[in-house]
Design a protein around this ligand. Structure first.
Ligand SMILES: NC(=O)c1ccc[n+]([C@@H]2O[C@H](COP(=O)([O-])OP(=O)(O)OC[C@H]3O[C@@H](n4cnc5c(N)ncnc54)[C@H](OP(=O)(O)O)[C@@H]3O)[C@@H](O)[C@H]2O)c1
Length: 279
């Protein structure tokens, strides 16, 4: 099948400096899209941008002031945003509270993208944009407790906290999709697979082994393979056909955890998020 020609489309990708995001950025640009890569590491993001033929933007999602500056730069630079790929994310192995007062994983993986989407809301509405959100099968390890989810809990364990942040991403995608009739903006979430990116580089033993060893190569996939769901969802001609869905790799309507499916809880999460971000 011939890949869709994306000439004329503007696609913003966060987490584009590395791994899945960088690979998706290259493929989408090769199909004709104008891709704006957003990264935290200046050198890596600039390298990716060179290949794409565009200028990079930088933001550390551990700082909400960076997110506000990023939104302002995007409003300045992109009269239309057809696709916003929320892909930046990480496991944080030590308990950390940001200067904004939130647990770092929850902020970087969920609150910061939520704020970015909010600050760009009018531009996204006018563009009839789609949000493509990199969640994870790890959302099943997550557990949402509304009163404590944004603060460091002890004992701190990085993977369940990461899983919870990916649960929040999935619930957010579904909440955005419930608002499509009023906003014109669609949303879809995906699990990219277990991908040999830089994702586990800072992880303790077993996880780094899984991602880095020769045996691990048998159960992990390449960045290009991991990027396939993002590329597919960013390229679809009618995003309404997948609005609110969760893709497990290329499988549509994949199963999700009980909390992820709970719409009432999803609305409570939305309200709590708006409250803590002061929106
Ligand atoms: N790899 C997997 O097996 C897997 C499985 C399920 C889901 N995912 C998700 O896939 C997405 C991409 O990860 P990847 O596998 O491609 O890993 P990666 O190679 O480590 O890439 C992660 C990207 O997120 C950015 N990022 C991380 N923390 C950030 C922060 N605080 N502020 C701004 N940007 C930040 C990184 O920016 P810099 O490099 O510029 O710092 C990088 O561009 C993540 O959301 C991850 O949770 C990965």
């Amino acid at each position: 099948m011939t890949p869709t020609d994306l000439t004329g489309r503007t696609i913003v990708i966060t987490g584009a400096s590395s791994g899945i995001g960088a690979s998706a950025a290259r493929t989408l640009a090769a199909r004709g899209a104008t891709v704006i890569p957003v990264g935290r590491n200046h050198e890596r993001t600039t390298e990716v941008a060179k290949v794409l033929g565009t200028e990079p933007l930088f933001a550390d999602f551990g700082k909400l002031e960076d997110v506000r500056a990023l939104a302002a730069a995007l409003l300045d630079r992109a009269p239309t945003i057809d696709v916003l790929v929320h892909n930046a994310g990480a496991v944080v192995h030590e308990p950390k509270t940001t200067a904004d007062g939130f647990e770092l994983t929850a902020q970087a993986n969920y609150l910061a993208p939520f704020l970015l989407q909010h600050l760009l809301a009018d531009r996204l509405s006018n563009s009839k944009a789609r949000a493509v959100i990199t969640s994870s099968a790890a959302h099943r390890m997550g557990r949402l407790q509304l009163d404590t989810v944004f603060t460091v809990q002890r004992p701190y364990r990085g993977m369940p906290v990461y899983g919870t942040s990916k649960l929040l991403d999935l619930m957010w995608a579904r909440a955005l999709a419930r608002r499509t009739d009023s906003t014109g903006v669609t949303a879809v979430a995906c699990h990219p697979g277990v991908v040999r990116s830089a994702f586990a580089d800072a992880s303790p033993g077993p996880m780094r082994w899984l991602y880095g060893s020769r045996l691990g190569r048998l159960v992990t996939i390449s960045n290009a393979e991991g990027a396939e769901p993002l590329v597919h969802l960013a390229s679809l001609s009618d995003p309404r056909t997948v609005n609110g869905q969760y893709f497990d790799r290329m499988k549509s309507n994949a199963s999700i955890s009980r909390q992820a499916a709970d719409e009432a809880l999803g609305e409570q999460l939305w309200a709590r998020t708006v409250e803590v971000l002061g929106l």
